[in-house]
Design a protein around this ligand. Sequence first.
Ligand code: GRF
Length: 191
Amino acid sequence: MRRAKLAVFASGSGSNYEAIVEACRDGRIDADVVLLVCDKPGAKVLERAKRYGTESFAFNPKDYASREAYETVLATMLDERHVDYVCLAGYMRIVGHVLLERYEQRIVNIHPSLLPSFKGAHAIQDAVDYGVKIFGATTHFVDETLDGGRIIDQGAIVYEGNDIEELTMLIHSIEHKLYVKTINKLINKKY
Ligand code: GRF
């Protein structure tokens, strides 16, 4: 069986991208990351991609007339590289119908909360402000709604401290393991 091909879409620091690539390299995931897509030219994830030798494509959505326009370019790139699954990891945009139709049930996201609680860009802070004590991360299929789509995996921790940086680090380390587990489920069609 041929090894699966993954694309990672990220616009931030790229720690999840790195965790996925490392797992592909050391055999915990039977796949290769063949493309890194970044919608923030200059983002740190691009440096990581260079270091790992992953082909990357950075674009500014403002340079395109519409979401359809840039997603059509992205879909062509994915098709040309025979990508099987798209892993969103800090890609801060809604995915539109062009990609969703072409990659139905093959686009997943990771989010730093126990969905469906605390959707959106400030999930960890929002959860802290709400006073919750059980934090975590979720992987889910992507649909056209913000952090929506059927849940695949979740990981949780109890945290009663008040150091948001420490909490963020703990959640990130949950994410890194969770994404490996989820990608294996996708590849083995066990979801
Ligand atoms: C992660 O917390 C992920 O859940 C969210 O964006 C963050 C990306 O972090 N969607 P990184 O760039 O992978 O370090």
